[in-house]
Design a protein around this ligand. Structure first.
Ligand code: WTA
Length: 668
């Protein structure tokens, strides 16, 4: 780092500055597991010069192995695409997250602290987690669930969600969690695609004081899922809901059954046996079922939890994500619990009953690590400094960010107003597919540059590629790829014979490399700067929304001929959804069109995918080969109306279409 950059550290003010560098504080460094850049650099070097040796040692250190592996890594990113880690080894995720802590002095330690929407909390020790998980695992077994079976889970943020994951893992069943904000139709699609025969759900959810009728949604989905034989219903609000005789049973009654034992032997799994499926949006067609492995996944989640959050035994760790997304899988449940940590699970939202809610949780539980998304940081920042100032935030040591690039203003606010200039902010870049953090600083040691995810984690070999298929020079934008496998990477896609879609999606754009779908730039210090998605995925409030899925919903609305959906910069959400709509010939848009379109999206996907802007146009700009020129639509959505900035328009069938769209652009 240059002297000039260093001098900016002391000059830090709460206003965003480009090029600012912050040295981590001694307060964080003095207890961090990795305590100097030299140690990081040395370990990183080892991890890429002899990955097998490095990962073999880590796997030994981080996981319990019932049987040793015979080969650390067998892989190809080429035509015979395959990724196998720790072949021959046997372990179990539930054992690693629970059983081993019963004998290492943590039996009576809080594993989960559950904070309800109404501000009640419940504490589950490792011992009570064991009993609850074993009972549920036995219930699942009694309903015929065994190794390799898929269990769909559609639950709000109740503790039973974590129990259900660990119960599945215990008996070798594969869980497929569907975010409880998804609609009945989205749930139906995911249940059908996963082939689940059992669903675990709830009567209702509670978020921000509002009731979410989960069971009613599940019932609607199940109308078209005849293969689901059993539905286990968590009673969250104790309200009467429809219970289908013979199919639906109550969770609390099942786990209390006389014939259900409180012990359940674990099923020893092969290292690469699937642990879970998680559906995520891609640029085309239906959501993809990302399949994660048992051992490699857990190794990644566990190791990053320890080093990136610098987890120590008496820390209280709090990730605000929903378990319906990968962040909750890896960093509420599997990573922290495998480390024997105390993980806070929050049912509600950061703004209920007011914008002090998270700070209240930090104060009451003495939270040391807080992990959240920039969109939430921005919305809390907008609520003013009085909220965080009212609470004692002095327990905080590490502040994490995930889901999208964190803009400098939000970074500075987080650093100054929440971290009081003592904490390290870890900006963690990763994806559903990567399973665990990939590019991130380490607390206490890596100099931080607001908005940069900084440097690769151990074993991660990123490379930024140009369209000419060559690595781009320092300072230039390109596409972020990974050259070498890492243990927690996606193994395959569910129901994808011959790996066809897997290859096409991740390994065809740059043959021999995993392509992330993100744009990035590397600076002169080797720091990575993430620049957003380059495919047709919109990152709305840190959630991946596929434009194809939104368009399919819009196109199903009466009177709509076609549509095109793009992202545009949004102050709070990061990106908003901008929908261009073409009506069928002779059909008037009508005043209720927006509502009908929003309704269709809510029904097909869920409220998170609702368009922010609807723009009815006569025609979409298309090339002679019939492709929609999204590049232009993105520019117009972003408020750029100067055609000089649109690039080459010569392949358009009719340039006047673009003029019409610019003229009719609604005021946002
Ligand atoms: C984006 C969430 C910049 C990125 C863990 C990625 C980020 C997508 C960051 C994955 C970050 C996530 N900086 N961008 N720190 N973290 N992203 O699968 O575009 O829901 O490809 O996983 O989020 O989203 P996903």
């Amino acid at each position: 780092m240059s002297d000039q950059q260093k001098s900016q550290v002391s000059a830090a003010t709460p206003t965003a500055k480009v090029g600012a560098v912050y040295e981590p504080t001694e307060y964080v460094r003095q207890q961090s597991w990795i305590d100097s850049m030299a140690v990081y650099e040395d370990l990183y070097k080892q991890s890429i010069t002899d990955p097998e040796k490095f990962w073999g040692e880590q796997a030994q250190q981080f996981l319990h192995w019932e049987e040793p592996w015979s080969e650390v890594l067998d892989w190809s990113f080429g035509d015979d695409l395959h990724i196998n880690w720790f072949k021959g080894g046997k372990t179990n995720v539930s054992y690693n997250c629970i059983d081993r802590h019963l004998h290492d002095g943590r039996r009576n330690k809080a594993a989960l602290i559950w904070e309800s929407d109404e501000r009640r909390s419940k504490v589950y020790t490792y011992q009570s987690l064991y009993t609850r998980v074993c009972r549920l695992a036995n219930v699942l077994k009694s309903h015929g669930v065994g190794k390799g079976d898929v269990v769909a889970i559609y639950l709000p943020m109740v503790p039973e969600l974590a129990f259900a994951m660990l119960a599945c893992a215990r008996i070798g069943a594969i869980h497929a969690i569907v975010f409880s904000g998804f609609s009945a139709q989205a749930l139906r699609d995911r249940i059908q695609a996963s082939g689940a025969k059992v669903l675990i759900t709830a009567d209702n959810g509670m978020r921000g004081g509002r009731l979410n009728p989960i069971k009613a949604q599940a019932d609607e989905a199940l109308l078209e899922c005849p293969e689901v034989e059993k539905v286990i219903v968590v009673s969250r609000t104790q309200q009467q809901v429809n219970m289908e005789p013979g199919r639906d049973v109550y969770y609390h009654e099942e786990v209390a059954r006389k014939d259900i034992s409180r012990h359940c032997e674990v099923e020893w799994m092969d290292a690469d046996d699937p642990l879970f499926i998680l559906y995520t949006s891609g640029s085309t067609g239906k959501p993809k079922g990302i399949v994660h492995s048992t051992a490699g996944y857990l190794l990644g989640a566990s190791m990053t939890s320890k080093y990136v959050f610098d987890l120590h035994d008496d820390d209280v760790y709090f990730c605000t994500a929903d378990i319906g997304w990968v962040t909750g899988h890896s960093y509420i449940v599997y990573g922290p619990l495998s480390q024997g940590a105390t993980s806070v699970m929050f049912e509600g939202i950061p703004t209920y009953p007011d914008a002090g809610r998270l700070w209240d949780i930090v104060e009451r539980h003495g939270v040391n690590q807080l992990y959240m998304a920039p969109t939430a940081i921005r919305s809390l920042m907008r609520s003013g400094n009085e909220f965080p100032a009212t609470y004692d935030l002095s327990s905080l040591r590490i502040l994490g960010s995930v889901g999208e690039p964190i803009n400098p203003a939000a970074w500075e606010w987080y650093y100054h107003e929440i971290g009081h200039e003592r904490c390290s902010i870890v900006d963690t870049w990763w994806q559903t597919e990567t399973g665990a953090h990939m590019i991130t600083n380490l607390p206490g040691i890596t100099p931080m540059k607001p908005s940069s995810a900084t440097l690769p984690f151990f074993g991660v070999q990123p490379i930024v590629m140009g369209e000419d298929h060559k690595e781009v020079p320092v300072g230039e934008d390109g596409r972020l790829c990974i050259k070498f496998p890492w243990p927690s990477m996606v193994r395959h896609l569910w129901d994808d014979p011959g790996n066809a879609r897997f290859k096409e999606t991740y390994f065809s754009t740059f043959p021999g490399l995993y392509f992330s779908g993100d744009a990035a730039m590397v600076d002169e210090d080797g720091y990575f700067w993430l620049k957003g998605r380059v495919d047709d995925v919109i990152n709305v409030s840190g959630h991946r929304i596929g434009t194809a899925e939104v368009e399919a919903s819009l196109n199903s609305t009466a009177g709509v001929a076609e549509s095109a959906v793009v992202g545009f910069p949004h102050e709070i959400k990061g990106e908003g959804i901008y929908a261009y709509i073409v009506m069928k010939h002779g059909v008037e848009a009508g005043p209720e069109l927006s509502q009908r379109l929003a309704g269709a999206v809510r029904r097909n996907i869920g409220p998170i995918a609702k368009p922010d802007v609807i723009h009815v146009v006569n025609e979409l700009p298309k090339t002679r080969s019939g492709k929609i020129m999204r590049r232009i639509l993105r520019k117009i959505a972003a408020g750029i109306t100067d055609k000089e900035q649109f690039g080459d328009l010569s392949t358009l069938v009719d340039e006047s279409v673009v003029d019409e769209i610019i003229e009719t652009r609604p005021n946002k």
